[in-house]
Every structure is written in C-alpha cells, then in structure tokens.
Design a protein around this ligand. Structure first.
Ligand SMILES: C[S@@+](CC[C@H](N)C(=O)[O-])C[C@H]1O[C@@H](n2cnc3c(N)ncnc32)[C@H](O)[C@@H]1O
Length: 387
C-alpha cells in the first residue's frame, strides 16, 4: 500500500507508471463531468498536480478512482467546516452560498495540510451509496410486481441495502412527471420528495404502492441510523454540486431515525434465506415476499447470482407469493430474457427493471418492465420489444 510519502514512479501491470494513470483518471473525470462545477474544477487541477493526485495511490485494489479521493475530501469538509476548502461546498455552506472564483488554492491547501488524514481515509474506505431518488423506479417495479397479488401485505427485503433508505419508499413522496401530467405515490406530505421523468410511450401512471408490513435489508457494510461516521461517509460519497441530492439524503436519514428498517450485516446471496425469514416474522402468514436489488447484484460474481432464485424457489414452496424485483445494469439479472435490441453502447449506464415471480409455488413468466436512469431521474416503461 502506498503512503502519502509517494514520490517515485511505480509501474502498473502494463508498464504505465501508476501516478500517470491516476492523473489521467482525474483528467478523464474532469472532462466527462463538466456539469459538476466544483468536482470538474478540482479534478482538472489534481490531474496536473502530483502532490495531491498521489494520495489516491493509497487506495486498495479496485478502489483507485477519483470519486474515492473526492469522497475523502468531502468527508473532511463535512467534519471540519473550518478548513479552507469547506466554503466551496454547497453541502457545507448551503446551495447558492458558494463564492464565485477558483476553489483550487483553498482545496490544495486543505489537501496538503490534511494529507495524512486523507490518505488514511482513502486507504481504509471504499465508495458506497444509498441514492434515495432510486425509489422512483423501485415504486414502479414494486407496483408491477404486486399487480396480481392485490390486498396482501408485503414483506419487503433489500439485497445490498446500504443504510436501508430505499426500504422506506412508501414514506416518501414519489413524483413521476411527463409533458402530459404529474402523478405521485407514497406520502404526499413527506419532507422527502423524489422525482423522475416518465419517458414511456404511451405515458405511464404511477400506481398505488402495496401495503408494506415488514422491511429488512442485508448488506456487507450496513450503515445504521446511529452510526454518525458511517452516515457521513455515505453523504461524502454523494456529489455536493448536484442540487438537492445531499438535502434529500439528509431528510431521508431523519425519517429513517423515526422508523429504522431492520438491517443485517451479511452476504446478499449466502444470507438471503435468513433475512427473508426475518422479514416474514411479523408479516403474517401468506404475506407477499418481495425481494429487490438496486445497483447491488451487479457487485456479486455472475456465477453466484442464480443462487438467489434457488433460495426464492424454496421460500415459494411454503405456498406464499414471492417476487424478485431488480434494477440493475443490462444483462446482470439471471433468468430475464432481454429482447433482441442492439447492445447498449459502452458507458451506457441504463438500468433494466425486471421482475421474476413465483405464484402458488411455481415460477411464472418474468416481466421485463423497461429501463431507467440509474438514479431514477427518468423511467421508460415502453414495451422494450416495441422500441
Ligand atoms: C451501489 S450500492 C447501492 C445501495 C442501494 N441499493 C441503493 O440503490 O442506493 C451497493 C451496495 O451493495 C452492497 N453489497 C455489495 N456486494 C454485496 C454482497 N455480496 N452482499 C451484500 N451487500 C453487498 C454494498 O455494500 C453497497 O451498500
């Protein structure tokens, strides 16, 4: 593991010096994220500055990405609003209160003054998210999964739940808008408002959510509502100059403190049966077990993913309705026939919404609902075969 004292030229497997690669990654991030005023300005400068870029060499394998460096600095300014860089962060000073000008001198000063602290954070952390706006697509998929199981309470289980904020979807106001109309589900008066565009043709209607009676999540690194450092790290992994994103996260955490979802530390495949059993407790006999994953199954090795269906087969053998909802990148979900579309272009991070269903102990036809933005900014429920 490299430390902050790095000053040499290490070579990666293909003979390209590691620091050169790291600087190129910052440069790439800056060019591809021009819409992020602060982050693109910082990354453009880091790309040309070995002293600050080299901190990323401390990251563990697979984590050497600018977003980790940015998260470590964001975590520092959230913790220490007195450091020079903090005044450039809307998440610290408030939206619209960031000064005009060049943040780099303050950012560089802060990074170098806190070099050891930042290097330690980079060496010991990995990026993790809990993106609340994903409930826009989750609500659509959950309603579709429950359309044929009306009037039955849902025992909701999330694989890769992070802080479990998506499990509380019915507590939020979830809006779906198009040129024709805006519809919403959830709690109309909630302080957490999640919004996505409906790009479906014909436009789709948000349909009421089912009654969720129990909720449980499993994660390798669950973040409990009383884990201040863990929650701050999740917040630090959000991009501060996307308006509303940090504020929505904070409001959802406040709501989660009122009604914390059950979170289990474990593996989403190996420990799924136990977590489903936990959710079923108190849900009442015959409850509809709905298991979902949102940008989480993709982190599980491909050959392990089919095991989820085996576990759910077993649950369905109890005679209860079971659904498996996924919002994952193209091709991630096993057992979902994808229509013969051209393969998405490299870098296309569209998310595929799909449901596998077991009714009366037998698996039925899967549903491929459509696609959506990975943060729920839009959903498109147009029949994929008709596109
Ligand atoms: C990108 S985050 C998504 C979190 C949340 N589902 C959301 O949509 O906001 C992926 C989550 O999956 C968890 N994760 C990755 N592999 C896992 C595994 N094998 N078992 C349980 N959780 C896992 C990570 O710790 C992380 O919290």
């Amino acid at each position: 593991m490299m430390s902050s004292g790095y000053d040499g030229v290490l070579e990666g497997p293909e003979g390209v010096p590691d620091l050169v690669r790291v600087r190129a990654m910052f440069d790439e991030f800056a060019s591809s994220h021009n819409h992020l005023t602060l982050y693109s300005a910082i990354c453009r400068e880091v790309a040309g500055d070995a002293d600050t870029a080299s901190l990323l060499l401390a990251a563990s394998p697979g984590q050497r990405r600018p977003v980790l460096w940015l998260a470590a600095l964001h975590d520092l300014v959230l913790r220490r609003p007195d450091v020079a860089a903090a005044r450039w962060y809307p998440s610290v000073v408030g939206q619209g209160r960031v000064p005009n000008g060049d943040p780099w001198p303050d950012v560089r000063q802060t990074v170098l003054e806190h070099r050891e602290e930042l290097t330690a954070a980079i060496a010991t952390h990995s990026t993790q998210t809990n993106e609340v706006n994903r409930v826009v697509y989750l609500a659509a998929a959950l309603s579709a999964a429950c359309a044929d199981v009306v009037g039955v309470g849902v025992a909701l289980v999330e694989m890769g739940a992070s802080a479990g904020l998506l499990l509380l979807l019915d507590h939020y106001r979830i809006e779906r808008w198009s040129a024709h109309r805006t519809t919403h589900v959830g709690d109309p008066d909630a302080p957490v408002v999640c919004v996505g565009q409906d790009r479906s043709d014909p436009p789709s209607m948000a349909t009421p959510l089912p009654r969720i009676v129990t909720r449980a999540g499993v994660d390798l690194h669950p973040v409990a509502v009383d884990d201040e450092a863990g929650l701050r790290w999740l917040e630090a992994c959000l991009w501060p100059d996307v308006p509303g994103r940090v504020e929505r996260f904070r409001a959802a955490i406040e709501m989660a403190r009122e009604c914390p979802p059950t979170l289990v530390r474990g593996d989403m495949v190996d420990d799924l049966a136990a977590v489903v059993a936990l959710a079923q407790q108190g849900a009442g006999p015959g409850s509809h077990v709905v298991v979902f994953s949102s940008w989480a199954l993709t982190y599980v090795a491909k050959e392990r993913r089919a095991r989820v269906a085996e576990v759910l087969d077993h649950v369905a053998a109890q005679g209860v309705p079971v659904s498996w909802v996924t919002a994952e990148p193209w091709g991630c979900m096993p057992g979902i026939p994808l229509p013969p579309l051209p393969l998405p272009a490299a870098g296309d991070d569209s998310t595929v919404l799909a449901v596998r269903r077991w009714r009366e102990g037998v698996e039925t036809e899967p549903l491929v609902l459509g696609t959506c933005h990975p943060h729920g900014l839009w959903i498109d429920l147009t029949d994929l075969t008709a596109r």
